[in-house]
Design a protein around this ligand. Structure first.
Ligand code: GAL
Length: 414
C-alpha cells in the first residue's frame, strides 16, 4: 500500500515539476519574442512596415517609358486633389526608365527625365505622400536601363539619401545570370540570394523601405519570399487592361491566402481601373477581387485625368476597408459553379466580405448560402457598391449578377 502511495506521490511531484518547467519555458519564449529586435510585437511608436497592403500609384501601366519628373509631380497633386490620399493611397511609385549612368565611384544617378530625385522626393513628401522607385537584381532592368547587380549597397544608400520609401525589385536580366547555374535548385538559390542581398543592403541603409519582389511568381515565391525580406511579391506575369487578362490573374489566386498577412502580401499586380480597356462592371470585379485578396492597391491610371466614375471606383471607403482590414487575412474562393464564383474574406470584427462574381458575359442568378460561409443563424447584410443595407436575413441571398460583374457584400452575424 505504502509503496503504491509513494509511487503515486512521486508521479504527482514529477508532473508538477514538468508543468513548472513548461510554464517557465513558455515565459522565456514569450519574453524573447516580445523583446527581440525586429520581432512582430513592436512598440506602437514603430509601426510595422506594410502592416496592411500598400496603397498608392505606379507609373508603368499607363505611362510605361513616358514617365518624367513633371508627370510624377502631377500624379502626386492629383492623388491629393482627387481625395485618393485621404482614402488611403500613399505611395507614388516610379517604375522602370528613371535610371541614368553610374559615376566613377559606381553610384547611380537618375537620367535627364528626373533632374533631381531628392527634390522630387521632398515634393512628394510635402504632400503627405511617399515615393517609390524601381530596380533589378540584374545588370539591366526589363526596359534595358541600369540594374543594381554588384551595386546593391550603393543603390540602397542612394535610395535612402534621396528619401525613397518603396522599392520594386524586378528580376529581368538576372534570369541570364541564373542560366549559368548547373541545376534548377542552384538557379533558385541564386535568385533567392539576389533578393536577400538587396534586403540586407536596404537594412544597412537604415531607412524603412517597403520591399516589393517582382519575379512573376517563379518558384512559388509565396513560400520563400517573406523569409527573403519581401513585404509583397508578384504572384503572376504582367496584368493588362483587358478583362480576360485581369480575370485570369485574379481568379487564379485561390489557395494563396495562407501566405499573406501583416507585413507580407501576395501581389497579383497593379490596378488597371480607369485606363479604359474594361467596362464599369469589369472594373468593379477587378477592385472587388483585389480587395478580397488583400492585394496591394496600386492605381495604374493617369490620376490627373480621372472621370468621377473612376474616382468613385478607386475611393469607395467601404470597399477599401475590406482590403485594409487590420486582421490582414486574405480571402479565398468558397464556391464555384461554372462561371459563377463566391469568394469571401474574414474580417477582424467577425464579419465577412463576400463577392458574388459572374465570369459569364450575360447576367446570371445565383445564391449565397450563409451557413456555408460559417454563419449560424441570422445575418445582417450590406451591399457595398450599392451603398445599401439589405437588412437581416437567414438562409441565403439570391441575386442577379451582371455579366463580368460582381455583387460585393459585407455580412455580419446578428
Ligand atoms: C516588368 C514588370 C512590370 C514593369 C516592367 C518595367 O517585368 O512586371 O510591372 O515593371 O517590367 O520594365
Amino acid at each position: 500500500m505504502n509503496s503504491i502511495r509513494r509511487a503515486t506521490l512521486r508521479a504527482a511531484a514529477l508532473r508538477l515539476a514538468l508543468n513548472c518547467l513548461t510554464l517557465c519555458l513558455a515565459f522565456i519564449c514569450f519574453a524573447a519574442l516580445s523583446f527581440a529586435p525586429g520581432s512582430r510585437a513592436q512598440s506602437p511608436q514603430v509601426p510595422q512596415i506594410a502592416a496592411t497592403p500598400p496603397m498608392g500609384w505606379n507609373s508603368w501601366n499607363h505611362f510605361a517609358r513616358k514617365i518624367d519628373d513633371a508627370t510624377v509631380r502631377a500624379q502626386a497633386d492629383a492623388m491629393v486633389a482627387s481625395g485618393m490620399r485621404d482614402a488611403g493611397y500613399i505611395y507614388i511609385n516610379i517604375d522602370d526608365t528613371w535610371e541614368g549612368d553610374r559615376d566613377a565611384q559606381g553610384f547611380i544617378h537618375s537620367n535627364s527625365k528626373f533632374p533631381d530625385m531628392k527634390a522630387l522626393a521632398d515634393y512628394v513628401h510635402g504632400k503627405g505622400l511617399k515615393l517609390g522607385i524601381y530596380s533589378s537584381p540584374g545588370a539591366k532592368t526589363c526596359a534595358g536601363y541600369e540594374g543594381s547587380l554588384n551595386h546593391e549597397d550603393q543603390d540602397a544608400q542612394t535610395y535612402a539619401a534621396w528619401g525613397i520609401d518603396y522599392l520594386k525589385y524586378d528580376l529581368c536580366s538576372f534570369r541570364d545570370v541564373m542560366k549559368t547555374a548547373a541545376t534548377p535548385e542552384a538557379a533558385h538559390q541564386m535568385m533567392a540570394d539576389a533578393y536577400v542581398k538587396m534586403r540586407d543592403a536596404l537594412k544597412k541603409a537604415g531607412r524603412p523601405i517597403v520591399y516589393s519582389f517582382c519575379q512573376y511568381g517563379l518558384d512559388a515565391v509565396w513560400q520563400w519570399g517573406p523569409a527573403a525580406g519581401a513585404n509583397l511579391w508578384r504572384t503572376t506575369g504582367d496584368i493588362s487592361d483587358h478583362y480576360a487578362r485581369m480575370e485570369t490573374i485574379g481568379f487564379s489566386q485561390a489557395g494563396l491566402a495562407k501566405f499573406a498577412g501583416p507585413g507580407h502580401w501576395n501581389d497579383p499586380d497593379m490596378l488597371e481601373v480607369g485606363n479604359g480597356g474594361m467596362n464599369t462592371e469589369e472594373y468593379k470585379t477587378h477592385m472587388s477581387l483585389w480587395v478580397i485578396l488583400a492585394a496591394p492597391l496600386l492605381a495604374g491610371n493617369d490620376l490627373s485625368t480621372m472621370t468621377p466614375e473612376t474616382i468613385a471606383l478607386l475611393t469607395n471607403r467601404e470597399v477599401i476597408a475590406v482590403d485594409q482590414d487590420p486582421a490582414g487575412k486574405q480571402g479565398d474562393r468558397v464556391w464555384a459553379e461554372g462561371p459563377m464564383e463566391i469568394w469571401s474574406k474574414p474580417m477582424a470584427d467577425g464579419s465577412q466580405a463576400v463577392g458574388m462574381f459572374n465570369r459569364h458575359s450575360a447576367p446570371m442568378t445565383f445564391s449565397v448560402d450563409f451557413a456555408k460561409l460559417g454563419f449560424s443563424g441570422a445575418v445582417k447584410v450590406r451591399d457595398l457598391w450599392a451603398d445599401k443595407d439589405l437588412g437581416a436575413m437567414s438562409g441565403a441571398y439570391r441575386a442577379t449578377v451582371p455579366g463580368h460583374g460582381v455583387i460585393l457584400l459585407r455580412v455580419w452575424p446578428r
